[in-house]
Design a protein around this ligand. Structure first.
Ligand SMILES: C[S@@+](CC[C@H](N)C(=O)[O-])C[C@H]1O[C@@H](n2cnc3c(N)ncnc32)[C@H](O)[C@@H]1O
Length: 475
């Protein structure tokens, strides 16, 4: 990487990955949109019976939050005319196919199949034991029209798939790159390392109209040849994708004047090349990329929201921005980046949404989603920490991410209760004094998000508080 930022705020020496993040942030700022919220019962999916099969209640809740976040994205991208199709449509008449790449034991595929009977769901996975577990779980929900006992295969559009007890749920046992079937939407929840990038190529090549990808194990994107567990996409220990993938990141990280034109859509998935490969086939030095990928692969739950981990979250945001740019330039998708709700659903909580441009979007389509203020402040926080030159205005805005989702919800609830008690009149909610500056900032932040008037009240420290109202007024 040509230019390097080595010293951060207050002259602190930056770690290697922080130097890479700092350098990238001077050229590119990851953007987050709010998680879509389509009006459909599925987005409130609560889990059914033994479907979760995760005994630890904390893990089960986290998985449920992951699934609900993905559901919201999936629903926002399914065309309205598909959602309004008669739910009793016969299998051969189902036209919309959603493929869950690396779907494992069906955590996402099963609720999708149960709640979207008008769609066909195919769960693709390498692991036979995971798919066996899926068949077992599906038995709990045997649906009318599902295959008779003992029948295990189904031929759809002259391709063979494995059937399950849920009539619109099928499985494909094999690696992602061997999947050769029509699909409308590709989804992947925590598909390991570069397998996500193989899946997005497979989907793009088969003209998928939309994708919902929540990548994980991004440390495996580092080309650490000495580590036998680096690559899983092919089931073998060799890479099939070169990183970075987008021209912009190739320029910034490798310093090569790479162009997306080098990407050849005609070649088979196993032979894909991308801009990281130079014209003579020699892969440039990517140690900066490796530092970025490894730092982004954190798994500590308590660090999911802390200010001190903001640089790692930003490293992850940058990796997902590279993927998004690649989807745009190589396959002409529109994309946006969003995050699971709450962030604590998983340390791997980023979600990439991709879709084909259309002339009309529903009001909850990702193309219409406003920016996610909290995610963007998180990136500002990193900028303030790493770039000693970032401006004063940004600094003031940034240190507001210092609270939990629960604290934020508690304040929001208090404000909602107050507004409801006012039944249309414009009273002022005056919070107690002596809450401390941090809590006051939180109230300002929540009120701003709710588009309410909010201002400081009281001069001496012991009298200071925050006033919130529909319209600003004297008190
Ligand atoms: C972390 S698990 C996620 C499972 C599921 N999506 C979920 O969230 O519960 C990753 C899954 O991807 C599968 N997988 C990894 N590489 C794959 C590949 N190249 N082709 C197909 N499946 C793959 C693994 O077998 C595993 O079931």
């Amino acid at each position: 990487m040509p230019e390097t930022v080595t010293v951060g705020l207050h002259g602190v020496q930056l770690k290697r990955f922080e130097q890479v993040v700092a350098k990238l942030l001077t050229h590119i700022t990851p953007r987050y949109s709010q998680l879509p919220s389509p009006p459909h019962p599925l987005q409130e999916w609560k889990g059914t019976g033994k479907q979760g099969q995760i005994e630890d209640p904390v893990r089960a809740q986290r998985k449920q939050n992951q699934i609900r976040s993905l559901m919201r994205c999936i629903l926002s991208l399914i065309p309205e005319e598909v959602l309004s199709i008669e739910t009793t449509t016969k299998e051969e008449e189902k036209t919309y196919t959603i493929v869950d790449f690396g779907g494992g034991s069906g955590h996402l595929s099963i609720p999708l199949a149960l709640t979207l009977p008008q769609c066909r769901i195919i769960c693709v996975d390498l692991s036979a034991p995971a798919l066996t577990l899926l068949y077992e779980k599906a038995k709990e929900f045997c649906t009318a029209g599902s295959v008779p006992e003992g029948v295990t295969t189904a031929t759809i559009n002259s391709k063979e798939l494995q059937a399950t007890c849920i009539s619109n749920l099928f499985t494909f046992h094999g690696p992602v790159q061997a999947f050769d079937f029509h699909l409308d939407m590709a989804v992947a929840l925590h598909l390991c390392g570069e397998a996500t990038d193989v899946a997005l190529r497979v989907a793009a090549e088969r003209q998928a109209s939309a994708m919902v990808l929540s990548p994980c194990c991004v440390g495996k994107l580092a080309g650490d040849g000495g580590n036998p567990y680096v690559f899983q996409a092919s089931g073998q220990n060799h890479s099939t994708i070169s990183y970075p993938q987008s021209s912009k990141f190739c320029q910034l990280i490798l310093g090569t004047a790479a162009s997306a034109n080098k990407y050849n859509r005609k070649v088979k998935t196993s032979e894909y090349s991308n801009p990281a490969e130079t014209t003579n086939g020699v892969v440039s030095d990517r140690s900066d990329w490796d530092a970025l990928a490894k730092s982004a692969d954190y798994s500590s739950m308590p660090e999911t929201r802390t200010p001190r981990n903001a640089a790692r979250r930003t490293a992850k945001a940058l990796l997902e921005t590279d993927r998004s740019l690649f989807l745009q330039e190589a396959f002409q998708y529109e994309t946006c980046l969003t995050r699971m709700d709450p962030w604590e659903a998983s340390p791997k909580n980023d979600i990439i949404l991709a879709w084909r441009r259309a002339s009309r979007y529903s009001s909850y389509h990702p193309a219409k989603m406003p920016a996610d203020v909290l995610c963007e402040q998180d990136i500002l926080q990193t900028m303030n920490h790493l770039l000693s030159t970032s401006n004063e205005k940004d600094r003031v805005q940034c240190d507001t991410v210092d609270w939990t989702k629960e604290e934020e919800d508690e304040i929001r609830q208090k404000i909602i209760e107050f507004l409801e008690s006012q039944s249309g009149s414009s009273g002022v909610l005056l919070f107690p004094t002596r809450m401390g500056g941090r809590k006051r900032k939180l109230i300002h932040f929540v009120a701003e998000q709710m588009h309410l008037a909010h201002w400081s009240h009281g001069k001496k420290e012991a009298e200071k508080t925050v006033a919130v109202s529909r319209v600003r007024q004297r008190i």
